[in-house]
Design a protein around this ligand. Structure first.
Ligand SMILES: *Cc1c(COP(=O)(O)O)cnc(C)c1O
Length: 400
């Protein structure tokens, strides 16, 4: 590697930029995880997390693991081998969750998707109504599909389950939405929520979370899955005094306390509004470049990342590597069947107007260097950032 001066831009949709305050909070000597200082930390963090997910009655369980570990924890606690689930295909991450669940011995019925739209509540309702014997034990949805930039309408999925009068659990992945896009655990009746530390929570990778409803806790008592490390019961029991049955990710938890404090200081609704603004500015840039947004339904545009389709004949990885080599910025790859066709701009976490402006400048220059004749996307985004209200008023009806 040649020496590079200045800031490296990590505009992948997670892991995200870590705020200085969080870095400083983790830069400390280790503490005894069986001592009083650590217990106090746990007892501060767990209720603060419940606020972020908007729950009163659900339990937060955290593991030293990636988000994938928390996926597995969810499955082995509430299901039993041989049971059936309904999983909405939204893209690469929903497909990975389906594969993991299948490998554990679950019969996964996929609701097919086109990787440009989110979970279809009507189709979920139809399939649940057809399941007269109640064989489907859970509906699984990725809230924000990070491979495409599509946010599923989880509240509408809950309404569909209710209309069908079905007792299936609702299991939701919020790895790339939590603390960036509104998520309402209790209101949407989510039974198990799965997330990770490295996206909206602005931490390094290394903590996986489950948020578990009372109904899911009951289901866990009936589950016959062999499980040990991931078993909720001993963790929840030890957490009551602020401890864990294993060595917790101590320093990451100091960082988590700080990131939760930052979310509280900014105000969760302001955090969501900031992400919505930066995402809208990004989409305006894409349109002004003359390129296509991968998400096809404006109701489902993701506020944490934007998937962009490159013109026919161009390899999106060539655009990405040009931008990395010339401007020291990483962008998200096209995953799975989107490889080479799509690149993704992450605009979540600790992020502001000028960081977005620089990001879009890098993309615009990179596209030009790759021979794409683009319009002034940066200008369109800056106009919006300077005066979002005026820009909204000028919006053509076609874009509403
Ligand atoms: C990042 C991500 C994951 C995977 O998390 P890991 O920490 O990489 O295991 C799962 N689901 C979604 C939606 C993600 O964005």
């Amino acid at each position: 590697m040649t020496f590079r001066s200045g800031q490296h831009f990590v505009q992948i949709p997670g892991p995200t930029n870590i705020p200085e305050r969080v870095l400083r909070a983790m830069d400390r000597q280790i503490v005894d995880h069986r001592g009083p200082e650590f217990a106090q930390l746990t007892l501060e963090i767990l209720p603060a997390l419940r606020e972020v997910v908007k729950t009163k009655d659900s339990q937060v369980v955290l593991y030293p693991s990636s988000g994938t570990g928390a996926w597995e924890a969810c499955v082995v606690n509430v299901l039993s081998p041989g049971e059936r689930v309904l999983l909405a295909e939204s893209g690469w991450f929903s497909t990975l969750w389906a594969e993991l669940t299948r490998k554990l011995g679950i019969d996964v019925e996929i609701v097919p998707g086109d990787w440009r739209t989110g979970a279809d509540p009507d189709e979920i309702e139809r399939r649940l109504r057809a399941d007269r014997e109640g064989r489907i034990k859970a509906v699984m949805v990725v809230h924000n599909e990070t491979s495409t930039g599509v946010t599923s309408r989880v509240g509408d999925v809950r309404a569909a389950i209710n209309r069908a009068g079905h007792s299936a659990l609702l299991l939701v992945d919020t790895v790339s939405s939590l603390a960036s896009i509104d998520y309402r655990h209790d209101e949407w009746g989510v039974d198990v929520m799965v997330t990770g530390s490295q996206k909206g929570l602005m931490l390094p990778p290394g903590i996986g979370f489950n948020v578990v409803s009372p109904k899911a806790l009951e289901a866990a008592k009936r589950s016959t899955f062999p499980r040990s490390y991931f078993d909720w019961a001993p963790i929840i029991a030890a957490n009551k005094q602020g401890f864990f049955p294993y060595t917790p990710p101590t320093l990451l938890m100091f960082g988590l306390r700080e990131s939760l404090a930052m979310l509280r200081e900014e105000g969760l609704e302001n955090v969501f509004a900031r992400h919505a603004r930066l995402a809208e500015a990004t989409r305006r840039a894409v349109r002004a470049w003359g390129l296509e947004i991968l998400a096809s339904d404006p109701r489902e545009y993701s506020n944490t990342l934007t998937g962009i389709i490159v013109p026919e004949g161009l390899d999106s990885d060539a655009v990405r590597s040009t931008i990395l080599e010339r401007f020291d910025m990483s962008l998200g790859v096209g995953l799975g069947k989107l490889k080479g066709r799509v690149f993704r701009i992450g605009h979540l976490g600790s992020f502001n107007d000028l960081m977005l402006a620089a990001t879009l400048c890098g993309v615009q220059m990179g596209l030009k260097l790759c021979g794409v004749e683009v319009g002034d996307g940066v200008g369109a985004a800056l106009d919006y950032l300077m005066n979002p209200q005026a820009a909204e008023r000028k919006r053509t009806p076609a874009l509403v």
